[in-house]
Design a protein around this ligand. Structure first.
Ligand code: NAD
Length: 555
C-alpha cells in the first residue's frame, strides 16, 4: 500500500485517507467499479463492489446509456447531479466530453427548472447552507465544508435566480452548477470549489407554503441584519479559506451593486451577473462588427432592461469605446436604455445612480419599438426577462436601417429570451447577427445555415477564476474582466464568423479559458496583486494546474 500516493492525492486535505465504504462515499476519491484488484485488497473494498473491474471509458459508456434513457431534461439533471455526488471524476469526464449537449442540462436553461423544483428533487446535500440562525458562528459552519483548500466560492442568496425571481434556498442549484462549469470549462479542481447559499428566507409565498421547500420558511431578512450576515460570511471566508475568491451570484438588483461596491476593493470578489455578463456580451459585440464589416467604434447600442446585466454590459462597452478613442461622455452617449418605465432620460426622477449615468437629454419614449424607430441603433441588447419583446416590428425596423442588425436576446432561461434565433433571422431576412443567453439550435433560412452564438458567461468566469487562483490574486479588478473580454473576442476566428458565430465553439472552451486565465493572471502580476511568485512560463503553469478527469492509482 503506498500511503504517500494517497496522502498526496489529498482527500480534500481533511482527515485520514478513507477506506472501505467511506472511500466509496467520497465523491472526489471514489472510482466505483474502476478500483483495481490491488486497490480493493489494500483499501478494504472486497465485497463492496461487484467482481467486474471497469475502465473509465466503460463507466462513461454506462453513464451515457442511462442518461439517454431519461425522458426529460429535469430527469437528466437529477441523474447527472447524483453522479456528481457519487463520483466526480466520472461526472467531469462525461461532462467535458459532451459539454455542448450537457451544459444546457447542468446549467441554463434546465438548472432554472431544477431550482424551481429543488425541494422536490432534493436527494443529497451539496455545498454549504448558511442561514440567519447561523449569525455568530458562520466561520464554524464554513469549517464543516468537506474541503480544506477552497479557492472558489460561488454564493447566492437566491433572490434573483436567472430570470425566475426569488427561489430562496432552492437557489443552491446555481452555485452548484456554476462551480461544475469552473471545473469542466477551466479545469479548476472540484476539491477547491465550494457552493454556498445564504438562506435569509424567501418572499416567494407559494414556495414558503410548499411543504417540500428546503429553506427557512420566513420572509426575507433585509436591512442591517442582512448586511451583518453577509459581512460575517465575507470575514469568515478570509479566516477559514484565505485564498478563496468569492463570486456573488444571482443577488437581486438592490443588493448586487451595493455588495459589489462594498467588497470589490476589499477582498477577492466579483459579481458574475454584472461583470461576467458585461465581459461576455462585450466580447460578442466586439466580434460582431467584424462580421458586419463595420467598426465597433461606430456602433450605437439600445438596451431593453437596465438592471445588473444591462448596466454591467453598458459599463464594459463604454470602457472599450474609450479605448477606441471616444471620450467617456461620447461613449456613454452610444448606450441607451429602456427599462420598465420607458426610455432612460434625464427628465426622469426615478433613476438610481447606475442608470443616471446613462440618462440622456431626450423626449420621453414609452415603448421599445418607438425607441428603436427614434434612435436607430445598430445593436439591440435584451436583458429584461421579457419574452417576445423583440417582436416582428422591432426586428423589421432594425433590418430597415442596418445591413446587419446586431440582435442579442440575452434573457435566461430560453423561455425568457426577447426573441428566438429563428425569429431574428426570419424578420431580418437572414441578415441579423444574433446571440442569446440560452442556447438555440442552428437555423436554416433561404438555404443558409446560421449558427447562433451563445453569450454564455461560462466563456468568461471560469477563465477569470482560474487566472485569479493561479496568481493567488488579492482582488479581481474591472481591468481583468476587460482583458478577459478582449482575450475572448480575439479567439473568434474568421471560420466562426462565416457561420454567424460571434463566440468560439464550446468544444474549445478549455483552451479559451486558459488564454483568459493568462490575461487575468498577467494583470495580477503587473499590478502587484499576486500572492504567488510569477512562474517563468505563465501559460505552461496554468495548463499544468488544470484538473483532468482521470483516475489516479492509490497503490
Ligand atoms: P435585473 O432584475 O437586474 O434587471 C431587469 C431589468 O429589466 C430592469 O431594469 C427592469 O426595469 C427591466 N424590465 C423589466 N420588465 C421590463 C419591461 N416590460 N420593459 C422594459 N424593461 C423591463 O436582472 P438582470 O440581472 O439584469 O438580468 C436580466 C436578464 O438577463 C435575466 O433574464 C437574466 O437571465 C439575463 N442574463 C443573461 C446573461 C447572459 O446571457 N450571459 C447574464 C446575466 C443575465
Amino acid at each position: 500500500m503506498d500511503s504517500k500516493k494517497r496522502s498526496t492525492r489529498a482527500h480534500c486535505g481533511k482527515g485520514k485517507f478513507p477506506t472501505g465504504i467511506n472511500l466509496l462515499r467520497d465523491p472526489i476519491l471514489n472510482k466505483g467499479t474502476a478500483f483495481t484488484e490491488a486497490e480493493r485488497d489494500a483499501l478494504g473494498l472486497h465485497g463492496l463492489l461487484p467482481a467486474c473491474v471497469c475502465s473509465l471509458d466503460e463507466q462513461v459508456e454506462r453513464v451515457l446509456v442511462n442518461y439517454r434513457r431519461k425522458t426529460s431534461d429535469l430527469e437528466r439533471y437529477v441523474y447527472l447531479v447524483n453522479l456528481q455526488v457519487r463520483n466526480e471524476t466520472l461526472f467531469y469526464r462525461v461532462i467535458q466530453d459532451h459539454l455542448d449537449a450537457m451544459m444546457p442540462i447542468i446549467y441554463t436553461p434546465t438548472v432554472g427548472e431544477a431550482c424551481q423544483k429543488y425541494g422536490h428533487i432534493y436527494q443529497r446535500p451539496k455545498g454549504v447552507f448558511i442561514t440567519t440562525n447561523d449569525r455568530g458562528r458562520v466561520a464554524k459552519v464554513l469549517r464543516n465544508a468537506p474541503c480544506a483548500d477552497v479557492r472558489i466560492i460561488v454564493v447566492t442568496d437566491g433572490e434573483r435566480i436567472l430570470g425566475l425571481g426569488d427561489q430562496g434556498a432552492n437557489g443552491m442549484g446555481i452555485p452548484v452548477g456554476k462551480l461544475s462549469l469552473y471545473t469542466a470549462c477551466a479545469g479548476v479542481r472540484p476539491s477547491q470549489c465550494l457552493p454556498v447559499t445564504l438562506d435569509v428566507g424567501t418572499d416567494n409565498e407559494p414556495l414558503r407554503e410548499d411543504p417540500l421547500y428546503i429553506g427557512l420558511k420566513q420572509t426575507r431578512v433585509r436591512g442591517e441584519l442582512y448586511d451583518e450576515l453577509v459581512e460575517e460570511f465575507v470575514q469568515a471566508v478570509q479566516e477559514v479559506f484565505p485564498k478563496a475568491l468569492i463570486q456573488f451570484e444571482d443577488f437581486a438588483n438592490r443588493n448586487a451593486f451595493r455588495l459589489l461596491q462594498k467588497y470589490q476593493d476589499r477582498v477577492c470578489a466579483f459579481n458574475d451577473d454584472i461583470q461576467g455578463t458585461g465581459a461576455v456580451a462585450l466580447a460578442g459585440l466586439y466580434a460582431a462588427p467584424r462580421l458586419a464589416g463595420t467598426r465597433f467604434a461606430d456602433q450605437k447600442f439600445l438596451f431593453l432592461g437596465a438592471g445588473e446585466a444591462g448596466i454591467g454590459i453598458g459599463d464594459m462597452i463604454v470602457g472599450m469605446l474609450v479605448e477606441e478613442g471616444l471620450t467617456p461622455e461620447e461613449a456613454r452617449g452610444r448606450c441607451w436604455f429602456v427599462d420598465s418605465r420607458g426610455l432612460v432620460i434625464k427628465a426622469r426622477a426615478d433613476l438610481n445612480a447606475h442608470k443616471l449615468k446613462y440618462a440622456h437629454d431626450h423626449e420621453p419614449v414609452a415603448d421599445f419599438l418607438s425607441a428603436v424607430e427614434t434612435l436607430e441603433p445598430t445593436a439591440i441588447i435584451g436583458v429584461s426577462g421579457q419574452p417576445g419583446s423583440f417582436g416582428q416590428s422591432v426586428l423589421q425596423a432594425m433590418a430597415r436601417f442596418n445591413a446587419h442588425p446586431i440582435v442579442f436576446a440575452l434573457s435566461n432561461p430560453t423561455s425568457k429570451a426577447e426573441c428566438t434565433a429563428e425569429e431574428a433571422y426570419r424578420w431580418s431576412d437572414g441578415r441579423a447577427i444574433f446571440a442569446s443567453g440560452s442556447p438555440f439550435e442552428p437555423v436554416s433560412h433561404n438555404g443558409k445555415i446560421h449558427v447562433p452564438g451563445q453569450g454564455n458567461n461560462a466563456y468568461i468566469f471560469p477563465g477569470v477564476g482560474l487566472g485569479a487562483i493561479v496568481a493567488e490574486s488579492r482582488l479581481i479588478t474591472d481591468e481583468m474582466f476587460f482583458a478577459a473580454a478582449k482575450a475572448l473576442a480575439a479567439q473568434v476566428t474568421d471560420a466562426d464568423l462565416a457561420q454567424g458565430r460571434v463566440y468560439p465553439p464550446l468544444a474549445n472552451i478549455r483552451g479559451v479559458s486558459a488564454v483568459i486565465a493568462r490575461a487575468v493572471a498577467a494583470i495580477a502580476y503587473e499590478r502587484g496583486l499576486a500572492r504567488r511568485e510569477q512562474p517563468e512560463d505563465l501559460m505552461q503553469d496554468i495548463t499544468a494546474q488544470m484538473y483532468q478527469p482521470v483516475y489516479q492509482s492509490y497503490v
